[in-house]
Design a protein around this ligand. Structure first.
Ligand SMILES: C[S@@+](CC[C@H](N)C(=O)[O-])C[C@H]1O[C@@H](n2cnc3c(N)ncnc32)[C@H](O)[C@@H]1O
Length: 607
């Protein structure tokens, strides 16, 4: 088992495969347990756009019949989970879209990126945040240096020997939707092993023989036109809709966009908190325009949170053709409960997609100055290899093949962490994300558009990759910023280099402290709190700390952003970075927890 859950009373697992709707509804009526509904997998790769007829309505009906404390988990293909969310009633709360890794990536016709994940939706009948046990995933180790894949640097004392907390991308479980899903069910039984639940009821819908229906045939104009010279290589300060309407139909080769998410971010000159209906009505308009300006066979890629991507999907499928649901695991490290760590990059083509340039050798694989040495546009880093400079150096010297095939599950691109890489924009994307997307979906010399260009990540990377570009943004400040950086590209300067800047916009709600000189290292202070916690038998309060610490309390007040950070080491066990003897290390707490587990046979029974 690659996870362990703190204080879990694992649920007993029962599986049923009802043959009729009556049998199904009888099993769920009034049930206040955890219910995992398993939708059938796609059996032919050509069916990836075809959803199961009526599956959305059926799941909505199951949800309606459950008790008010039930948790409903739905496992299925992307197209089917979209239908589930489309039909969900407000009395059922969406909690998470979890991406689960497939054993084998499917679809290799080079018209879409091979698909390596399916989804697990977590829904609840209660409206509060999701209740589940604190569940950790064991650390992974680099096959070359045998140290943890992530470099925890000087923070090892604040991590837990049992691993990192669970996120919404489960890369450690590799299963196919059509096969035995026992590892997923075991995880769910531990994850939800708390009151009032006793049972995980797995409902396999295979015997209802739901049919797959063809995707809607979107109507688009299939003209192809050239772009007026004055629009080529421009950053336009204007409203996206007004500008898009001036661009000829069928004149663009790749459209990418990262719109405001309507989550209340503070942009310069734009209020990010429309009524939800107004927000999506507006989105539908610019999506339609982007679809219109694309040339036939080309792709529109739209980045958003998974729930919003579902709503975009419903509009996009009415005009374009579904191609890929890329899971970009932006590598956040969860600190509390399951944390949303991934974004969706929804890709739709105009009619049938052409052969994708990045998959058929019409766009070169490359790495870039500002990206880590391990990054390659079209050849991702294989799982578990670390980024430590000395290990990367030895891999190069030893000619270790640390590359993996490109699929639609991306875990090698980190969101921008360091302020030195950021300009003054609250939601700037990492350039490597754009290097990869532009390299997959366009050839050198082709036209790339972004109608929410912000600080210019899309047009700048397009410029560096020798594509032509159009960037639109309603903020004068961001357009100026982008234009200045295009000048840098023209002068051979990397616009994504590290620069010390004073930033006024924040991309994180976490407060930051000013740079300062520490009279005592922060680690020493955190370990001091840990020592006092051991003495008292609990994590100290501020007053208790004052009574016991040998350091001035001002240090704690000035050096840390929160009390949580002061007590971080006291609340965890600390971890070791190196795997012992080349074997998987079993931390002491894991062993203890295993002793509490029920025998396998008790846990997994079939009715
Ligand atoms: C999520 S940000 C894009 C960030 C960009 N990908 C980057 O890396 O810098 C969204 C952008 O949309 C812009 N925006 C908001 N409303 C707009 C509109 N009606 N027309 C054009 N741009 C708009 C905002 O100014 C903001 O820069």
């Amino acid at each position: 088992m690659t996870h362990f859950s703190e204080q879990s009373q694992p649920l007993s697992i029962h599986e049923i495969a009802p043959a009729t709707h009556e049998e199904l509804f009888q099993a769920v009526d009034g049930l206040n347990e955890v219910i995992a509904v398993r939708l059938p997998a796609i059996t032919s790769t050509n069916d990836y756009k075809c959803s199961l007829q009526g599956c959305g309505e059926l799941i909505a009906e199951i949800a309606r019949r459950l008790g008010s404390q039930a948790t409903l988990v739905v496992l299925g293909e992307i197209v089917d989970l979209v239908r589930v969310l489309e039909n969900l009633e407000p009395s059922t709360r969406y909690q998470h879209w979890v991406a689960i890794r497939r054993t084998v990536a499917v679809g290799n016709d080079n018209r879409r990126i091979p698909n390596e994940h399916f989804g697990l939706l977590i829904l609840t009948r209660y409206s509060q945040s999701l209740r589940h046990t604190k569940t950790r995933i064991a650390y992974t180790y680099c096959p070359t240096c045998d140290k943890t894949t992530k470099d925890y640097g000087g923070k090892k004392h604040t991590y837990h020997e049992g691993g990192t907390l669970l996120s919404d991308v489960w890369r450690d479980i590799r299963v196919d939707l059509a096969d035995d899903l026992e590892p997923v069910f075991t995880r769910l039984a531990d994850l939800f092993g708390l009151e009032p639940y006793k049972q995980l009821l797995v409902i396999d819908l295979a015997r209802l023989y739901l049919l797959r229906i063809p995707a809607p045939l979107g109507f688009v104009e299939f003209d192809e036109n050239s772009l007026p010279q004055e629009l080529i290589n421009t950053v336009i300060n204007a409203d996206c809709l007004e500008t898009l309407r001036q661009i000829p139909t069928g004149s663009v080769d790749f459209a990418f966009t990262d719109p405001p998410y309507n989550l209340g971010k503070s942009y310069s000159g734009y209020s990010d908190d429309l009524k939800i209906k107004d927000y999506f009505d507006w989105c539908d308009k610019w999506i339609t325009e982007l679809g219109r300006v694309l040339k036939p066979g080309r792709t529109l890629a739209l980045l958003n949170i998974p729930l919003w991507a579902v709503r975009h999907f419903l509009h996009m499928e009415s005009i374009l053709s579904f191609q890929n649901w890329i899971v970009w695991d932006a590598l956040a490290y969860p600190v509390r409960l399951i944390m949303p760590a991934h974004y969706t990059i929804l890709c739709f083509s105009k009619g049938e997609s052409r052969l994708l340039p990045g998959l058929v050798g019409e766009s070169e694989a490359s790495r870039h100055q500002s990206a880590p040495r391990t990054f390659n546009t079209l050849r991702p880093l294989a799982d578990n290899y670390c980024l430590r400079a000395d290990c990367v150096g030895s891999r190069i010297a030893l000619r270790v093949d640390d590359r993996a095939p490109l699929t639609d599950l991306w875990g090698d691109i980190h969101r921008l962490k360091h302020n030195s890489r950021r300009v003054d924009h609250p939601t700037q994307l990492p350039p490597h994300l754009m290097y990869r997307l532009i390299s997959i979906f366009s050839k050198p010399g082709e036209v790339v558009i972004d109608c929410f260009n912000g600080s210019g990540t899309t047009t700048l990377t397009a410029h560096q990759l020798h594509r032509r570009y159009i960037g639109i943004d309603s903020s004068e400040k961001y357009c100026e910023m982008a234009l200045e950086r295009h000048l840098e590209v023209r002068n051979g300067i990397d616009p994504f280099r590290k620069v010390e800047r004073v930033l006024s916009s924040k991309n994180s709600p976490v407060p930051r402290l000013k740079k300062q000189v520490y009279k005592v290292p922060k680690k020493t202070l955190q370990l001091e709190v840990k020592r006092i916690a051991a003495l008292l038998g609990h994590v100290p309060s501020r007053d208790e700390l004052i009574g016991h610490t040998t350091y001035p309390i001002e240090y704690y007040d000035q050096y840390f952003v929160s009390w949580g950070e002061v007590t971080a080491a006291a609340r965890t066990t600390g971890m070791s970075e190196r795997r012992s003897n080349g074997e998987t290390e079993t931390p002491a707490t894991v062993t203890q927890l295993r002793l509490l587990e029920k025998p396998e046979t008790d846990q997994y029974s079939t009715k």
